[in-house]
Each structure stands twice: as structure tokens, then as C-alpha cells.
Design a protein around this ligand. Structure first.
Ligand SMILES: *[C@@H]1O[C@H](CO)[C@@H](O)[C@H](O)[C@H]1NC(C)=O
Ligand SMILES: *[C@@H]1O[C@H](CO)[C@@H](O)[C@H](O)[C@H]1NC(C)=O
Ligand SMILES: *[C@@H]1O[C@H](CO)[C@@H](O)[C@H](O)[C@H]1NC(C)=O
Ligand SMILES: *[C@@H]1O[C@H](CO)[C@@H](O)[C@H](O)[C@H]1NC(C)=O
Ligand SMILES: *[C@@H]1O[C@H](CO)[C@@H](O)[C@H](O)[C@H]1NC(C)=O
Ligand SMILES: *[C@@H]1O[C@H](CO)[C@@H](O)[C@H](O)[C@H]1NC(C)=O
Length: 478
């Protein structure tokens, strides 16, 4: 009894264990844009495509028996109507239909009737070719999107064929039999060809990377963590979206919470990014001991009236110039906890807590510890996309310094706190805000660019929606 309860419990926990931190939605508008781009590309590829040889045997009556081969069968012209593609909710897939495709083909024929032998060229036209293909989308064990053909149906409405060359009159005699035979032969070849294209696509998807090295410290894991969800208006993919430290990969002490990105049917695609993703990067930096800095006087801007030495800091900490007259100082700053980001309607918040260790630098370069301060700060920021650039602003909402340990006796931190707050405002935030006001160009690839992107900060996630424009169709699909 008890073990089976455990199994049931573990199944429940597995089922609701992991939430995607990144959600990608392709809307019907995006699907239709992709279909249109793909149709143009297919039309181009189909023209001048050479098909494999077709050979067969036709018997009619008791006496007549033709063995034929069609070679160098080339598409001369193809009138490719725009296919229709729609989300197929029932099986979480896509349904593609092509109706009324017309193709003109040309090639060489060769045939035997008993001892007689003939050959020459031919022209063939296929009219009203209809095809319906249904594919199912899924997820493989490695977290890749997978695609499988579940249904395919193809029909050729009518066929016309003209033979030229030696003894072509014989084939013309039996033209109707020949047409039916070839039509059957071609019809059964269409779906296997479509399935081959789908299998090819599937092998590309299988080879796609789901883990990316971001810089020398971080990797980003982006496998699918659930099945793709398809309904009549969209396709939704839930990705893990977690950063790991390369040096010391481990899980952060928090989990991704579920969130729902509202559907934006007027955009081709949208992406929801949970604060978990940003915080997993923060946690990785913290656990790899990368959130620390060493500061000395040479790093203080030359124009600053306050220097990092015991004389200059005397007005704030009277003991300093008394006990360590006119010595340069150094600060070691490190995070006490993981700096945490949180997304709220319209604003990004950052809460961080750190330690400042202060040292006096003796003339013989020995560092003499002076005191430790706890520094706690809250920042809030706004982000938006305007003129194709990511812009924003940051403000400091709260900043406190408190004495955590001291080798030089107690002192008040109020005036020091005011001074550092002003310093951060002037030296750090002002410059940062100037950069953020100019903004950063959004990424653009050789193949595609974003059109009219928008970004909003919601409760627990950032929602990004955009249209896309393909720049070089040819390189994308090949
Ligand atoms: C037709 O047959 C003749 C003689 O068998 C041959 O020389 C000629 O090349 C053939 N032409 C074609 C188009 O096959
Ligand atoms: C599809 O699902 C999304 C999100 O779950 C929802 O907003 C949308 O209304 C659904 N569309 C249809 C046609 O049911
Ligand atoms: C300050 O630190 C930098 C980098 O750690 C170092 O190159 C420089 O020599 C230091 N300056 C002083 C005055 O200690
Ligand atoms: C300390 O800073 C003051 C300016 O506040 C400067 O006059 C003095 O020379 C500095 N002392 C050292 C040791 O750099
Ligand atoms: C460096 O100077 C300090 C203060 O004068 C002294 O206490 C310390 O022992 C010296 N260290 C070395 C390695 O000479
Ligand atoms: C500022 O931070 C301190 C310590 O972290 C906290 O006690 C105080 O309530 C905060 N003030 C505001 C306005 O958030």
C-alpha cells in the first residue's frame, strides 16, 4: 500500500514539478506568414526539379504487354497555389492542404513490346493535384521539438501525356491505359516524398542545440519541458529557460512559478520570460563567487572630491585619520545573498545585499582590516522598446549602510550612507541612465528582423511580442 502511494505522489510531483520559464507563442498570423514565405520557396525549388526514373509494366488483353521506363523526368513549369496551413488542435499538430496544383513535366521514354523497341521524348501535364498532410508536434527525450507525419493523402485530378520519337504511335494507341497507370504510379509516390521531407525536418530538429554558452561564465538551457500546446489560434512552446554557471552548475534555491502570457493575435509571435530566468543567472554568478569586486583609489573618478584614503574619509569616520594617518584604503565588496529581480506591472525591481570590507594599505602594502559594512539596496527600473531599440531607466529606491564589524571602534553610518548614496546616484546611475536612454539595438540576423516589437513588464514576467520579416528566404529554408 505505502509504496504505491509514494509512486502516485511522485507521479503527481513529476507532472507539476517544473514550470517553463520561457514561453514562446506562434500565432495564426505568424503561421500564415511562414506559409506564404515557404510557398514562394517551394515554388522556386520545384521548377527544374528532376524526379527519379519511373518504370513499370502494363498488361492489357492477353497479348499486349509493355515494359516502359521514363527517364530525366523534369518539372518544366509548376503552377503552385498557396497551400493552406492551419493549427490542428486534436492531435497538437498542423494540417497542410494543397488544392489544384498543376505541373508540366518533360522527359525521355523507352519501351519494349515483345521484340519491338521504341524510344523518344515526352511531355506530360498533371492537373488538379490535391494533397493533405497532417503532422503531429511533440517533444523528444532530449527536449527537442519533434514532428511526425500522421496522415497524408494525395490525388491527381487529370493527366495528359504526349509521346514523340520512334514507334511512339504504338504508345499513343494505348494512351488511356498508359495515363491511368502513370497516374497511379505518381499518386503513390507523392505521400512517401512528403514523408521524406518531414523526416528530414525532424532530423534537423533533433540536431538543434538546446543548450547555449552565453559567455565565459554562463550557459543557458532551453529544452522544451512539456509537450507543445496547439489550439485553433496558436502554438505554444514551454522552454526551461535556466542559466547555469559553467564552473559550478547547480540548481538555485527557488523554482520557476507558472505564468500565463495573454494571447496577442495581432503579432506573429510572442515570448514570455519569467523572472526565474534572470534570477537563475544571478544565482549562478553568486554561487560561482563572481559577484565581488576590489576597489582602490585609482578606480575612483579623478574629479571626485572624496578620495579612498583615511584623510578624506575622516569627516565620516573620525577614528580613521587618528589611528591610520594619511593611508590609502581599499574596499572588498561582495554579495551576501543572491541579488533577486522581480517583475511587477510596469517595473523591474532588484534587491541586493552585500558586504563592504574596508582596509588600510600600509606603506609596505600590507592590508590592515578596518571595518565591515552591510549594504542593502533596492533599485527599480523601467524598460520599453521604442524606435527598434531597447531603452529604460533605473532609480535607487532604498539604500542603507550598517556597521557589521569594526576593528576601530563604533561609528555612525548616517553621513557615510548619504555620501555613498549621492556617489552612486551621480557616478553610476546618471551614466547608466544616459546609456539606457540611448538604448540598445535589438538583435537582427542575416535572415530575419523584428517589426514593430513591443515589450511590457507584467506580474512575474516580461512579455515581448513582435512581427518578423524574413530577409533572405532562400537561406532560411535550405
Ligand atoms: C529511332 O530509331 C533509329 C533506328 O533504330 C535510330 O537510329 C534513332 O536514333 C532513333 N531515334 C530516337 C529518337 O530514338
Ligand atoms: C488558445 O489558447 C490560448 C491560451 O491558452 C487562449 O488565450 C486562446 O483563446 C485559445 N484560442 C482558442 C481559439 O481557443
Ligand atoms: C588598484 O587596483 C588595480 C586592479 O586591481 C591595480 O592594478 C592597481 O595597481 C591598484 N592601485 C593601487 C594604488 O593599489
Ligand atoms: C587623500 O585625499 C586627500 C583629498 O581628499 C588628498 O589631499 C590626500 O593627498 C590623499 N592622501 C593620499 C595618501 O592619497
Ligand atoms: C607592514 O607594516 C605594518 C605597519 O607598520 C606592520 O604592522 C606589519 O608587520 C608590516 N608587515 C610586513 C610584512 O612587513
Ligand atoms: C529600506 O531598507 C531597510 C533595510 O533593508 C528597511 O528597513 C526599510 O524599511 C527600507 N525602506 C523602504 C522605504 O523600503
Amino acid at each position: 500500500m505505502f509504496p504505491s502511494v509514494l509512486v502516485v505522489l511522485s507521479l503527481i510531483f513529476c507532472a507539476c514539478g517544473e514550470n517553463p520559464a520561457i514561453q514562446v507563442t506562434l500565432t495564426n498570423k505568424g503561421l500564415q506568414y511562414g506559409r506564404h514565405a515557404a510557398a514562394g520557396w517551394i515554388q522556386e525549388k520545384l521548377e527544374h526539379l528532376t524526379l527519379p526514373d519511373i518504370s513499370g509494366e502494363i498488361r492489357f488483353g492477353l497479348l499486349f504487354h509493355v515494359i516502359y521506363t521514363l527517364r530525366s523526368v523534369t518539372i518544366r513549369k509548376c503552377d503552385f497555389p498557396e497551400p493552406s496551413v492551419e493549427f490542428y488542435q486534436g492531435i497538437s499538430g498542423l494540417k497542410t492542404s494543397i488544392t489544384g496544383l498543376n505541373v508540366a513535366l518533360t522527359g525521355d521514354w523507352e519501351a519494349h513490346w515483345g521484340f519491338m523497341h521504341g524510344g523518344g521524348s515526352f511531355d506530360m501535364a498533371l492537373f488538379g493535384v490535391d494533397m493533405v498532410s497532417v503532422v503531429q508536434l511533440g517533444r523528444d527525450a532530449g527536449g527537442h521539438l519533434s514532428i511526425t507525419s500522421v496522415n497524408c493523402n494525395a490525388q491527381i485530378g487529370d493527366i495528359d501525356i504526349r509521346f514523340y520519337g520512334n514507334r511512339s504511335w504504338l504508345l499513343r494507341l494505348v494512351e488511356d491505359h498508359f495515363k491511368n497507370h502513370i497516374r497511379g504510379q505518381l499518386e503513390v509516390k507523392i505521400c512517401p516524398a512528403v514523408d521524406e521531407v518531414i523526416a528530414n525536418l525532424e532530423s534537423h530538429l533533433k540536431d538543434m542545440k538546446v543548450n547555449f554558452q552565453v559567455n565565459q561564465d554562463l550557459t543557458l538551457d532551453l529544452p522544451l519541458i512539456g509537450l507543445p500546446v496547439v489550439n485553433a489560434s496558436s502554438l505554444r512552446l514551454g522552454l526551461k529557460g535556466e542559466f547555469y554557471s559553467i564552473k559550478s552548475p547547480k540548481e538555485p534555491p527557488f523554482v520557476a512559478l507558472p505564468f500565463a502570457v495573454p494571447e496577442q493575435p495581432s503579432y506573429m509571435l510572442s515570448v514570455g520570460l519569467s523572472d526565474f530566468t534572470v534570477n537563475s543567472a544571478s544565482s549562478s554568478y553568486f554561487s560561482a563567487d563572481l559577484l565581488q569586486a576590489f576597489i582602490n583609489d585609482s578606480m575612483i573618478p579623478p574629479g571626485s572630491s572624496v578620495r579612498l584614503n583615511t584623510t578624506s574619509l575622516g569627516p565620516f569616520i573620525p577614528q580613521l585619520p587618528e589611528k591610520f594617518p594619511d593611508l590609502l584604503m581599499a574596499l572588498q565588496i561582495y554579495a551576501r545573498n543572491i541579488p533577486m529581480f522581480s517583475f511587477h506591472c510596469g517595473a523591474v525591481m532588484l534587491s541586493s545585499s552585500g558586504v563592504i570590507k574596508a582596509f588600510a594599505i600600509q606603506p609596505n602594502d600590507t592590508l590592515t582590516p578596518l571595518f565591515n559594512l552591510y549594504v542593502d539596496s533596492d533599485f527599480s527600473g523601467k524598460v520599453r522598446i521604442t524606435d527598434g531599440r531597447l531603452k529604460g531607466s533605473v532609480a535607487m529606491d532604498n539604500f542603507t549602510l550598517s556597521l557589521a564589524a569594526t576593528e576601530i571602534g563604533p561609528f555612525k553610518t548616517d553621513s557615510l550612507e548619504d555620501m555613498v548614496r549621492t556617489l552612486i546616484d551621480k557616478a553610476v546611475l546618471q551614466q547608466l541612465n544616459e546609456k539606457l536612454a540611448t538604448g540598445f539595438a535589438l538583435p537582427r540576423t542575416m535572415h530575419a528582423q523584428l517589426v514593430k516589437p513591443v515589450l511590457t513588464v507584467e506580474e512575474g514576467f516580461v512579455a515581448f511580442a513582435s512581427d518578423a520579416e524574413l530577409l533572405e528566404n532562400d537561406t532560411i529554408f535550405s
